[in-house]
Design a protein around this ligand. Structure first.
Ligand SMILES: *Cc1c(COP(=O)(O)O)cnc(C)c1O
Length: 352
């Protein structure tokens, strides 16, 4: 008997949403944007010289960092970039959650937080959302090793008021508070102004959803320069060249096309609001999503059955078989045409 397995770091991995290999589907399961990225992205990629791929990319990601900081009116020192916000969040967990005290996050939330905490051996406590799936700020006024939550929350889509976020930050001057704003561009209010007022808050965003670049893997964090430099120290200790040349070029082109971004986001919001009206008409119940998805359940039809029936129709949504949310489906907002097909199917289904 060899005992090498005793020395293995064994983890229960995060399970990403399915990327089905069959075509002809309506894919509403991973909150991707139904519209392509800015045409400027294609132009930027066309201009790349493959001969340059023999060279390492810029480890400081300077051009992308400067484009992001210019967009938000920040200093470049206030911006950290990484390989999707999953990478950014993992770096932040590693850098900022280094206490014996448990970090805090909601019981219903992005299911990567507990995976990173387990892998990095960070103790954590999950705090139940209230009965309307809303964060109760007072629950976070206790000793902790850090705080993280998405706003709007995932997979509920529900937004926490800015004043409540500020109260959480203010009550926790000795902890880093991460606001994961993966969906904030679809109509929620960003906590970004708080980074000028408080040195313990980090705002994390991504190009994957509102900028249609999930396949390119670009995320970023914004915070005070000292905190950002600590995260960079950890990044350089792990992998200096996280962002490749294509991602750096595509990201810069995407963030510089504000008009296209605003147009795309508006289309998603309009289709979301239309879909809400239709789902309501069919008897579905859901919170007021400010994200590019709707987390909905039907009092008469179990979500697991609806999920399977939709799948038969090649309409793929996300179902989480977990306590408190097992009767809900997370439905990504697709194009108007895709949502029409979803509603037409549900209309027939709910008549049966
Ligand atoms: C999608 C998502 C992310 C990660 O997105 P990336 O593609 O890694 O940028 C992070 N947090 C939440 C809550 C998300 O839904």
């Amino acid at each position: 008997m060899k005992n090498w397995e005793n020395n293995i770091r064994r983890v229960v991995p995060y399970v990403p949403g399915e990327q089905p290999k069959f075509s002809n589907i309506i894919k509403l399961n991973t909150n991707e944007n139904p519209y392509p990225p800015s045409p400027n992205v294609k132009e930027a990629l066309d201009q790349l010289d493959t001969a340059d791929l023999r060279l390492y990319p810029d480890p400081t990601c300077e051009e992308l960092v400067c484009a992001i900081s210019a967009y938000y009116g920040l200093l470049p020192e206030q911006v950290f970039v990484g390989v999707g916000s999953d990478d950014v969040l993992a770096m932040i967990f590693m850098t900022c959650f280094n206490s014996e005290k448990p970090i805090l996050f909601p019981d219903i939330t992005y299911s990567f937080y507990d995976v990173w905490a387990d892998m990095l051996r960070i103790p954590y406590t999950q705090i139940p959302l209230d009965e309307n799936f809303v964060i109760r700020k007072e629950d976070y006024y206790r000793e902790n090793g850090g705080i993280v939550f998405p706003n709007p929350n995932a997979p509920t889509g529900v937004e926490l008021a800015q004043t409540d976020i500020e109260d959480i930050v203010r009550h926790n001057p000795d902890s880093i508070v991460i606001v994961d704003e993966a969906y904030v561009d679809f109509g929620a209010v960003s906590a970004l102004p708080l980074i000028e007022k408080y040195d313990n808050v980090l705002v994390v965003q991504t190009f994957s959803k509102s900028r249609s670049l999930a396949g390119m893997r670009i995320g970023f964090a914004m915070g005070n320069p000292k905190l950002i430099s600590y995260i960079n120290d950890v990044k350089y200790s792990f992998n200096s060249y996280t962002m490749d040349r294509t991602a750096l070029a595509a990201g810069k082109a995407a963030i510089e096309d504000k008009a296209y971004f605003e147009e795309t986001v508006k289309k998603v919001i309009d289709v979301r609001e239309w879909t809400k009206k239709e789902l309501k008409r069919l008897g579905f119940v859901f919170g007021d999503s400010k994200a590019n998805f709707i987390f909905a359940g039907h009092p008469e039809y179990p979500a697991a059955e609806l999920f399977a029936a939709l799948r038969e129709e090649h309409i793929i949504v996300r179902y989480f078989n977990k306590p408190r949310i097992s009767n809900f489906l997370r439905i990504t907002v697709g194009t108007r045409e895709e949502m029409q097909k979803l509603i037409d199917f549900l209309e027939q289904y709910c008549k049966k």
